[in-house]
Write a protein that binds this ligand. Sequence first.
Ligand code: GLN
Ligand code: ZN
Length: 763
Amino acid sequence: MEQFVASNLGFPRIGENREWKKTLEAYWANKMDEATLEQEMKSLRLDQLKQQQERGISLIPVNTFTLYDQMLDTSTMFGLIPERFGYEGGPVTLNTYFAMARGSKDAVACEMTKWFNMNYHYIVPELGQLKPVLTINRPLIAYQEAKSELGIATKPVLIGPYTYVKLSKGYPKEQLSEWVHTLLLLYQTIVAELQAEGVSWVQIDEPSLTGDVTAEEIALVRECYEQLHQSAPELNIMLQTYFDSVEYYSELIHLPVQGIGLDFVHGLERNLQALEQGSFPTDKALGVGIIDGRNIWRSNLQTKLQLLQRIQAAAPDSTLIIQPSCSLMHVPVSTEREVKLEPLLKQNLAFAYEKLEEIQLLTRILQNNDSTAMDTFSQIRHSSEITEQLNFSSARRDAESEQSLLQRYKISRTTPFATRYQLQQEQFKLPLLPTTTIGSFPQTAEVRKARQLWRKGEWTDTQYTEFIQDQIREWITIQEDIGLDVLVHGEFERTDMVEYFGEKLAGFAFTTNGWVQSYGSRCVKPPIIYGNVAFQSPMTVQETLFAQSLTKKPVKGMLTGPVTILNWSFVRDDIPRKDVTMQIAAALAEEVKALEEAGILMIQVDEPALREGLPLKKRDWDNYLEWAVRAFLLSTSNVQDTTQIHTHMCYCEFHDMIDAIKALDADVISIESSRSNADIIEAFESNVYDKGIGLGVYDIHSPRVPRMDELDGMINRALRVLPSELFWINPDCGLKTRGMKETCEALIIMVQSANNARQRLLK
Ligand code: GLN
Ligand code: ZN
């Protein structure tokens, strides 16, 4: 093998113009038959391989293309199909496959959850009592297809046994090893068949090795890879990790595999330290994840070359495989269509295609041991020039440090909650168990249509504003009629809770075609935070104030929190993420002030993405939570004692971060809970929460209207562990996705149920 090889780990499947999504959705809508679907998908798949080949990649991954999700592909490959889908063995049909992903009329879909700390969601395998069998050797078929159709000898990719079982549910933790062993037999068959086919490299992804790993688990991993190697001694196995540094580095590098892939972007410091301290085995290849697969910035190739030289010095006799830090599926496909962006910004972007070009160039320079050849020299110089130009541009220069921000903003409310509570009670005179909602009301087709017309210029600003005001007026009346205590304006002017603020703050840019897959066919277009974030003018005052002018009841202002804005954007990487978050927080503090000055005295700052930003290793949690909490406090502490700060989070697994939640010092927190009811209430038995709290009392994810006795039960149970003076009654978040009729019906019942509970308490 050559000493330097260009490789890739995975590629966006969605296509340059989201053809993948459109094809899938046409099929789901019965506008396309199965044969056409297969044909279209095949041509996309092959095209993606060609694109990688044209960009000089030698180790092109296959079996990363999917019709929905790779974890789901792995489950169906192993016949691990929950009983409710009525699977009877043999090849898994497309119907069954999509039923698992999306539900069918007879069976609810499998659960979906976040892929590590990414905004991608995978389908969670349910192991239960199932007996795995190999229904198909997917990586082999993918390899054969590329070979016969394009003559390319590719690198099949598999999700490794350890990671697959770690990410599954439906088995007791003690059975981890048992399950891994059971599945290992099937993996052995797969690799043996790959070897027989003449495959050179297989990539086995074990990202779970970058999280918290126990000593028993690492022993289990050792056994796995020993056996896999025995089953296919001629096959080169690349044990691939990503998203952070590996745990148990010295054990891993001595496994009987032929390559170890490390992330030198997101796990840079610790991986490099481990590499430089130990001696990397000369008989192994080192997969050098050098180009950021999670972010969209062009690399300064000068800096990357220096890093590569350091890595090479630490593993001088090993083959270096130059690759992205993780699969490129987490970045958009091509920057070509971004014609609306400022040229300097556009030049500084690298999506999947451009990242592969960077890999190709770096590999070529290493191969020729020459960075001075005219063409490469000028490319390297260009990359460092433009990255520096952006770094020194007025948008980025003089980023205000946290220290300086802290001279202008408080990060503590000074007055303790108990005093604030009294003052706020006197001001708002709310009844016991106040009722409210989480912010949005149904975004009907009419609302979306109006926004489109306005964006296209067919509607004037006035027309659009009036339309939004009509919506607000209608919903204020509805809320008053239903008898809610704290009202909201309904968020009709927002498509998305991050984009809306990004468009109004300095430092953000928006792409035309920068889509990435979030789950299934759902793609998102994250904003880009490229410069210093700053407040420009009030963002929510007009709508909130309009709503308040229509009612005597308090209207709660609605903002998206700093950590959520950060976590759902592509973020500049020339300064620490923490510093960017503080800038966002300061901008939000200005918005909070503007609302307060306008007389809005209840303000909710949503942080649904706070939890998903948690680092993969528990020992890194405190550091993250510390600055995340500080950012929230910076946005919300610069107010009068009488201003009531609310926050909202869409999850309830927070027993492991309850101290951080308490430290937010919000006057009221609302959390999602109806889908986990008993669990969350138990959590409060062992944890005292002594500020205002609302538990979502009904699930809004289904159009079904809850029954009064269900709500009564939920509220009673909560009141057993939470003091009634602090308890609020609200639904879960997401009313934006529901219809008007079911929303009103459910809220009427919720208010009645709150009344019932008040009666019982006052007796
Ligand atoms: N205020 C937002 C809403 O009600 C909160 C959304 C969320 O928590 N994801 O839609
Ligand atoms: Zn939520």
